[in-house]
Write a protein that binds this ligand. Structure first.
Ligand SMILES: [Fe+2]
Length: 333
């Protein structure tokens, strides 16, 4: 009986895979005969084209990112840039007044928020507020329900920041942003992966591939690469673009860039903590070279993991969509 139902499941899986392959071939149309794998005629170029439909980072956010890296910038300069974007300013005030920051008094202006919380914290808030809508969507192809990718991204941002502290990496805020954006490629690719997911999962299971390797085998590229293209399109700094593009395979030309190593490890910590497990689940490998680059050992990682679980619990107000909702509150209770 059990064997029979097993056979049925297998037959169903085969049927699903061949149907997926057929749909992919159909989607590919009658164009070029070349492609990375059966049915995988969705090209990286067509995916990158889809990046056009992704909301760009508001210019105020890009400006703030550049400003906070500049020593000569004052809190007032940052506040005045944020104030040019009313929706952004409203969300920053809402966040600053959330219980998470525990400020002794209500923050009424963006300048106050910058003075009380610091420029870099406000910068992170701005980036989180600007990307929340995009990262909160359901990413069906990766089996991520509404809000799952956001929770995973935010947890990864916190983990990257914590690892940066332990590893004495000087740009902790950079680590936060890289962690937050590392899986942005899934948002675009998710639409296309939805069709290929059965094939990808089959390769993960039968060939012991990581999810990323299977994505590449089926599609010819992966969500990290797509994420790198998005970062380039958003004009994000090169180390950030590299951290996003290489977060699963951090070794490039025989070495691992520190920011990439932070995001790589942070991502795996979040998977271990069970935050945002989608279709790729635990099919990822930790790079020893990433640990070496940061001078961290297994005990450091275990300690950060334990603290991360606690930190995520503490940061619940940030994880809830309410704090970052697009529309400013209507002024009632
Ligand atoms: Fe990823």
């Amino acid at each position: 009986m059990e064997q029979r139902s097993h056979r049925i499941i297998e037959a169903e899986a085969r049927a699903r895979s061949s149907e997926t392959a057929r749909r992919l071939r159909q989607a590919a149309g009658a164009g070029s005969p070349q492609g990375p794998a059966q049915g995988a005629r969705v090209t990286l170029e067509s995916i990158v084209e889809a990046v056009r439909h992704l909301p760009a980072l508001p210019s105020a956010v890009l400006q703030i990112m550049r400003m906070t890296n500049d020593e000569g910038v004052s809190a007032r300069d940052v506040a005045s840039v944020i104030s040019t974007d009313q929706s952004l300013a409203a969300r920053i005030l809402k966040l600053a007044n959330s219980a998470y920051y525990g400020l002794p008094r209500a923050v009424g202006t963006v300048s106050d928020a910058v003075i009380l919380l610091g420029m870099r914290t406000v910068r992170n808030m701005a980036i989180a507020a600007a990307t929340h809508n995009t990262l909160s969507k359901e990413v069906a192809g990766y089996e991520l329900g509404r809000g799952d990718l956001w929770r995973h991204s935010l947890a990864c941002a916190l983990a990257a920041q914590m690892l940066a502290e332990v590893a004495h990496y000087p740009e902790k805020e950079e680590a936060f942003v890289a962690g937050l954006l590392h899986d942005i490629g899934k948002v675009v690719l998710g639409v296309h992966v939805r069709d290929a997911i059965a094939l990808i999962q089959q390769r993960v299971e039968t060939e012991n591939l990581t999810f990323l390797e299977a994505e590449r085998a089926v599609l010819g590229f992966d969500h990290a690469e797509v994420g790198g293209r998005i970062a380039a399109r958003w004009n994000l700094p090169a180390p950030l673009e590299q951290a996003i593009a290489c977060h699963h395979q951090p070794m490039q030309n025989g070495q691992v860039a520190p920011l990439t190593a932070l995001v790589h490890i942070a991502n795996i910590l979040c998977l271990l903590a069970g935050v945002g497990l989608g279709a790729d689940g635990l099919h990822a490998r930790l790079s020893d070279c990433a640990l070496e680059t940061l001078g961290l050992n297994a005990q450091d990682i275990e300690r950060v993991l334990a603290r991360l679980v606690h930190r995520i619990a503490q940061a619940q107000p940030l994880f809830s969509a309410e704090a970052l909702l697009d529309a400013p509150s209507a002024g009632k209770g």
